[in-house]
Design a protein around this ligand. Sequence first.
Ligand code: SF4
Length: 111
Amino acid sequence: MRPCRPRDPALGSASSDADPGGEVVAVGTIQETWQHRAACRGPESSIFFPPSWAERRDERERREARAKAICADCPVQGECLEFALRVREPHGIWGGLNEAERRDRLAQAGA
Ligand code: SF4
């Protein structure tokens, strides 16, 4: 797995959370089998999360569009999105959706 970023979708969540059923999700140690086939494994992995500096809106939109284009061709997009929704991943692009889009998806589902 890539060690190049802390909250890499291909590495699992670094956030702490509980799933809707109340199970505790291990912090930073989640290794799901789909992650080995993630298209975001590689030098462009940093575009899936905001930089450490203040990002302008147009910069964020360009970065997210690049990440989402990778997700669109990812063979495990469904698994990735399901995982991010399940653990309520609060940051980054997962399964082709950013954090606001995932919140909307959860709200629509009544979760
Ligand atoms: S759907 Fe996107 S974020 Fe998820 S594993 Fe694939 S490329 Fe990475």
